[in-house]
Write a protein that binds this ligand. Sequence first.
Ligand SMILES: NC(=O)c1ccc[n+]([C@@H]2O[C@H](COP(=O)([O-])OP(=O)(O)OC[C@H]3O[C@@H](n4cnc5c(N)ncnc54)[C@H](O)[C@@H]3O)[C@@H](O)[C@H]2O)c1
Length: 240
Amino acid sequence: MGRLDNKVAIVTGGAKGLGQAIAEMFASEGARVIAADMGELTYSAKNVFGYHLNVTDVKGVQAFYDDVVAKFGKVDILVNNAGITRDAMTRKMTDDQWNQVIDVNLKGVFNMTRLFGPLMETNGYGSIINISSVVGVYGNIGQANYAATKAGVLGLTMTWAKEFARKGANVRCNAIAPGYIMTDILKTIPQDLLDGFAKLTMLGRLGQPVEIANAALFLASEESSYITAQTINVNGGMRL
Ligand SMILES: NC(=O)c1ccc[n+]([C@@H]2O[C@H](COP(=O)([O-])OP(=O)(O)OC[C@H]3O[C@@H](n4cnc5c(N)ncnc54)[C@H](O)[C@@H]3O)[C@@H](O)[C@H]2O)c1
């Protein structure tokens, strides 16, 4: 018996990094997982199905929705994980840097949830998990665009927890705010800065993708059945 037997899950940005760890863990617990990503899957796992999707493409998201409903009939779990960084100090940040990050990290989350949230509401069941960041909770130098989106995602989380449950559906919406986790997204950050971030945690180290996947599994499963509108900080006790 898996904790997600008979469940259908979508993980955006599921081709690598945190999305991969979440998709693999959900599949190992019995779910059928659609890993929706702009890029090709960098791995293969039983019951993880790759789907080419850009979450900023409104028509593409609608076509994806239609395909998923036709093929799977329902969606129980949506993990809004796709995200990018385009870092710069505020006075040097270009319109492109601002717009790209808002488009993927905030509008992309909205594009997905405005379709799959109501589907869950109609079906009477669902768990939506938004991937925020420690940067959305505390802010960070050089990441005004990213911090705005990751704080924005927390507002969306509380709003959707209210909206999709208001008529009695068992639909929950929670966020995970990871600290610094070893994936490609950290590639542009110099090692001395990463060492500094590790020292800012109480545990004295950066995190591993599986440690985020464990929190996602908890929020996706019935073990969190009375938890909604919450943010789980998975950051080793970090304050920025
Ligand atoms: N790794 C960390 O330290 C960390 C910390 C806090 C929050 N996060 C968040 O976790 C999420 C995953 O990050 P990661 O570290 O795995 O990054 P990553 O760069 O390894 O993976 C991100 C994935 O998202 C996909 N993606 C990007 N834009 C997309 C789009 N428009 N449509 C569909 N897919 C798209 C990429 O192709 C990639 O596969 C992001 O939202 C990120 O902001 C990461």
